[in-house]
Design a protein around this ligand. Structure first.
Ligand code: UT7
Length: 338
């Protein structure tokens, strides 16, 4: 079956550029030593198997929308955009403050973006890049001038803190970008997006929705927490991110060597090493921050992009590659001219 998103040729007439970025992580640091006191694990195992040293944990009264709004403020400041100028807010999250209203609507209220249309996108860790492409489409089609895209997750709220297989991996945070057409710049050159629902249950939260509602029994069975088959997820992550990366590079007529900086999903250093190996790149070509933040789901690539941009990892006009993977399964990759 033909997948229209994969097969749509890149559009060039009025593509969107990222004109500003921002990010926010909570103050509280949880180290591997802190986790040693909670589950049967140790610093050495976590560092060797994942590359994670510490992660940030949001306060009890600090919600996904609060982190998202702080990242958004930083991105607006960086882009020189006022809240009134924003036509659309897209929030990628799997940990919304509540089922509805959307987290995007709550961000709208917090930042005063009264002219925006707001919605959430659920594509797990791939959500930020899905939203960048949705923004690109709206801007290309003249439906919007200015779009605020946010990846934000409070994974600590759905982690099973008794499960050492998962609780050591995740953290909380938010990253944001402002997109607009910038004459003379290609901006988002091309994006590949894909999904495979057949693998849905290797990384999921089965409870809390209408299938397994919040009942005492379901909560006692921890069905409202994240569950993962780590080894299978690892395999799928490498395969699908490589497919996504190679597809966009081919479309642009670029090789991995032409890319100034790769911003990958921040799940596990060994996944990134496997990609570097397959792309024949050294690790210094990748921007990595999972050592400090763990896997922050939809926020991960957004925070990494903001950090890389602010620390001068690339300059205006440089080609960069974003590549992500998440539950669903979902995966995506974009080549962006900065
Ligand atoms: O956002 C995208 C989603 N997530 C990912 O991309 C994660 C993908 N998967 C991974 O990153 C890795 O599979 C993990 C880090 C989750 C696990 O690493 P692994 O090398 O695949 O380990 P494993 O699951 O094969 O487990 C190896 C051993 C097991 O013990 P036995 O059965 O060999 O005795 C586990 O019980 O390590 C044990 N183990 C731990 N030991 C200490 C699992 N978790 C821990 C832990 N501390 N936290």
């Amino acid at each position: 079956m033909k997948n229209s998103l994969r097969d749509t040729p890149p559009r060039s007439n009025r593509s969107a550029s990222i004109i500003g970025t921002g990010s926010y992580v909570p103050e509280r640091i949880m180290t591997n030593a802190d986790l040693e006191a909670m589950v049967e694990t140790n610093h050495q195992w976590i560092v060797e198997r994942t590359g994670i040293y510490e992660r940030r944990i949001a306060a009890e009264n600090e919600f996904t929308s609060h982190m998202a709004a702080k990242a958004a403020q930083a991105a607006m400041e960086n882009a020189g955009v006022t809240p009134e100028e924003i036509d659309m807010i897209l929030v990628a999250t799997i940990t919304p403050d509540m089922f509805f209203p959307s987290t995007a609507c709550q961000v709208q209220r917090q930042i005063g973006a009264k002219n925006a249309t707001c919605m959430d996108v659920n594509a797990a860790c791939s959500g930020f890049l899905y939203c960048v492409e949705i923004a690109n489409q709206f801007i290309s089609n003249h439906g919007c001038e200015t779009v605020l895209v946010i990846g934000a997750d409070k994974l600590s709220s759905i982690v099973n803190w008794e499960d050492r297989n998962t609780c050591v991996l995740f953290g909380d945070g938010a990253g944001a970008a402002i997109l607009r057409h910038r004459p003379g710049s290609k901006g988002v050159v091309t994006t590949y997006m894909g999904s495979d629902g057949n693998y849905g249950d290797i990384l999921h939260m089965p409870g809390g929705g209408c299938a397994l509602p919040i009942t005492r029994d379901n909560v006692d069975a921890k069905l409202n927490t994240l569950q993962m088959n780590g080894r299978e997820t690892f395999k799928q992550a490498v395969t699908s991110m490589m497919r996504a990366a190679n597809t966009v590079l081919d479309r642009c007529g670029l090789t991995a060597q032409d890319i100034k900086c790769v911003i990958p999903h921040q799940a596990n250093i060994r996944i990134i090493e496997a990609m570097a190996d397959r792309m024949d790149l050294t690790m210094d070509r990748f921007h990595i921050n999972l050592d400090k933040y763990g896997n922050t789901s939809a926020a991960a690539v957004a925070i990494a992009l903001d950090e890389a941009a602010r620390t001068g990892r690339f300059q205006k006009g440089d080609p960069i590659l974003l590549v992500v993977f998440g539950g669903g399964l979902t995966f995506a990759s974009s080549v962006i001219e900065w």
